[in-house]
Design a protein. Structure first.
Length: 663
């Protein structure tokens, strides 16, 4: 049967030849050889030969021209009764591809009801076609048909360094070949696939693949060689592959200088789950690549606690409001900005230092509203934020954000304070998202160290911080409320002659001790003390959270049945919130970035989960005072009385002076 040779001719490569039976019909260009697949048909009926020929033709027609031209040897294809029941096919080192004979009659009959369980392709014909592509990909990837001297040199080197191992050709052997990398050894593909180079690993890659969520076929996670073979199936056969795995689609397209002509229309935007869980906003978001103005390195400045003494690394995506042209005005659209933050997912309210060192916590990529992150660090943790624009091209910014969206749906790593913390995770994202050589060479394990490296590579625009007031106005710097609270305290200290020297000492007092000074406060001092009392209340809530973790989530049971029930509500609230950082758990089918039908399902599921979480949060809030110690309960009640008393005093002073009353 003559094949359509026009795409091959247009690219100046050899033509595929199919050899059927003992006589061969070969169409080749005079100057080149071509991939030849010979079907062993000695024991096949006419119907079996015809079905096999149709299958083979479809598989070969789907191949990239470059693969055809470089894989220029004869390969024997035969049906084998000796393969294991679950094995569809196998590539042998002697240049043969075996297909499992148990599927031959079903192929002839067009019986798709016999498709093996767990297979992802729609029909048996398609599954066997994918199997052929898979096995041909192995021949192409492992260089079985490279020149004998070069192949022998590499195998000898591989044996010397304890074989190929789970991640392909040893680093020490790559320089001994003109082909420095096979596909499954290429650093760029490895990082996209989930085996990135370890930070500080001197070229060694991660041994475990943590991008295991939303996979089309779990077999791809076995090792990089199987990953390449599985993904070439989908690259060539699934029109949605470029929508679901855009980074890998771009990689294969660039490698082959070619892409399949049939491609689906992708669902608009990049889907994500908003980790902020604002009940007034939809949880399921859609990020429009065309509205990305800048990407910033967002650094929470260091403070004294173990988990934050080196700062916290994040990325800020500056999104323009819908309809606004890309430009500096987008910096003011704060409600549309997103923060990409790798964090330890802690389902028990408090980080254990030991657990953080030993890797107990999952590491996940949260997508959060900027306003929540600013409040979290500046108001609660008293830490300032620096937002420094990264000097990236528009294409690099889009690639980086697209990569982040893929990891948001696929990645579930392990958090270590030292070796796989926020800085390490952010650096790996910058590496894989931008594919820049200067970033690829960076090595650091601290957020401040990452900033120094980015500065040294001239990738940060630090000029935005030169004018402090302008940096605050334009949102390049978010100052800690500690300075504001200290200013409020200084006002009260000066007017009331307070003995405490700083705001921390004032907030450490019992609420009753602070209230002793309220009657002497004038309008300005009362307003300052009210802001401080509200800050004290937030600090008290954090202490209560720690107590709840220790008493209820740790598993200690109480004699009081009602208290145990409330503790169970708290545990359930924490468990149910897991989908905010691991949205893949919401969907049972599909792979990669969710597409149109999946997004409809996601919208319903996220709305339902949001309402459920909100209901649980309300119940926990209502019963929170039942759960805490008498000491903390009294402190909360006294704190609330202080806020009420100061509010009443401000209203009284307003009536006397005619000032505008504060809400």
């Amino acid at each position: 049967m003559r094949l359509d040779i026009r795409p091959a001719l247009e690219r100046g490569v050899a033509v595929i030849a199919i050899v059927l039976g003992l006589t061969s019909l070969l169409w080749v260009l005079p100057a080149h050889s071509a991939l030849t697949v010979k079907l062993e048909q000695a024991e096949l009926s006419n119907e079996q030969r015809q079905a096999s020929q149709k299958l083979l033709e479809a598989a070969l027609k789907a191949l990239p021209p470059r693969l055809v031209s470089q894989l220029d040897h004869e390969i024997l294809l035969r049906w084998s009764p000796k393969l294991a029941h679950s094995v569809m096919g196998r590539a042998r080192y002697d240049g043969q591809i075996l297909l499992n004979q148990r599927w031959l009659d079903a192929l002839v009959q067009g019986d798709d009801q016999t498709l093996p369980a767990g297979r992802q392709h729609a029909t048996l014909q398609r599954e066997l076609q994918a199997t052929l592509i898979h096995e041909l990909a192995h021949f192409y990837d492992r260089g079985q048909f490279w020149p004998a001297d070069e192949r022998g040199l590499l195998r000898s080197c591989a044996r010397q360094h304890k074989s190929l191992g789970p991640v392909g050709l040893p680093v020490e052997c790559r320089g001994q070949s003109q082909r420095r990398f096979t596909l499954s050894d290429n650093p760029r593909l490895l990082e996209l696939a989930g085996w990135p180079a370890r930070i500080g690993g001197r070229g060694e890659v991660e041994r475990h693949n943590d991008q295991y969520l939303r996979t089309p076929d779990a077999y791809e996670l076995s090792n990089p060689r199987e990953f390449v073979a599985v993904n070439l199936e989908y690259f060539l056969l699934d029109p949605e592959y470029r929508c679901r795995r855009p980074g890998l689609h771009d990689y294969f397209s660039e490698h082959f200088g070619w892409a399949p002509s049939v491609a689906a229309d992708c669902a608009p935007g990049l889907p994500y789950v908003n980790g902020g869980l604002d009940v007034d906003k939809q949880v399921l978001g859609q990020l429009d690549e065309g509205r990305i103005y800048q990407v910033h390195y967002l650094l929470a400045e260091p403070e004294g606690a173990l988990v934050s003494r080196w700062g916290h690394s994040m990325l800020r995506v500056v999104m323009c409001a819908p309809g606004r042209p890309l430009g500096p005005e987008c910096l003011m659209d704060l409600e549309h900005h997103l923060v990409l933050s790798f964090r330890a997912f802690v389902d028990d309210l408090q980080i254990s230092s030991w657990d953080g060192l030993t890797g107990v916590y999952p590491s996940r990529l949260f997508m959060l509203p900027l306003s929540q992150v600013v409040d979290e660090y500046t108001k609660v943790e008293f830490r300032s934020l620096q937002s420094l624009p990264l000097k990236l091209t528009t294409e690099q910014q889009i690639s980086l954000v697209r990569r982040a969206a893929e990891m948001h749906w696929n990645y579930d790593g392990t958090y270590y304070f030292v070796s796989n913390n926020c800085a390490v995770e952010t650096l790996k994202l910058l590496r894989s998202g931008t594919d820049r050589l200067d970033i690829r060479g960076m090595e650091t394990v601290t957020p401040t160290g990452l900033r120094a490296l980015l500065r040294h590579a001239d990738l940060l625009d630090e000029s935005v911080l030169q004018d402090h007031s302008e940096a605050l106005r334009q949102g390049y710097y978010f100052d800690s409320y500690r300075e504001r609270y200290q200013l409020m305290f200084d006002i009260a200290r000066e007017r009331l002659n307070l003995p405490q020297q700083n705001v921390e000492a004032w907030l450490a007092l019992a609420p009753e001790e602070r209230s002793d000074w309220f009657e002497r406060a004038d309008y300005r001092v009362a307003a300052a003390l009210l802001l401080l009392e509200q800050a004290a209340f937030r600090r008290q809530i954090i202490l209560i959270q720690h107590e709840l973790k220790d008493r209820y989530v740790s598993g200690r049971r109480m004699d009081d049945v009602a208290l145990n029930e409330t503790g169970e509500l708290m545990s359930q609230l924490l468990r149910e919130s897991g989908f905010l950082s691991r949205p893949a758990e919401l969907l049972k089918t599909g792979y990669g970035l969710p597409q149109k039908q999946e997004r409809q399902q996601l919208k319903q599921l996220t709305d339902e989960r949001q309402q459920k979480l909100h209901g649980l949060a309300v119940l926990v809030d209502e019963r929170a005072l039942e759960m805490i110690s008498t000491e903390h309960r009294r402190a909360v009640e006294a704190n609330q009385r202080n806020i009420t008393e100061l509010g009443a005093r401000l209203r009284h002073l307003h009536r006397e002076s005619g000032r505008l009353v504060l809400p």
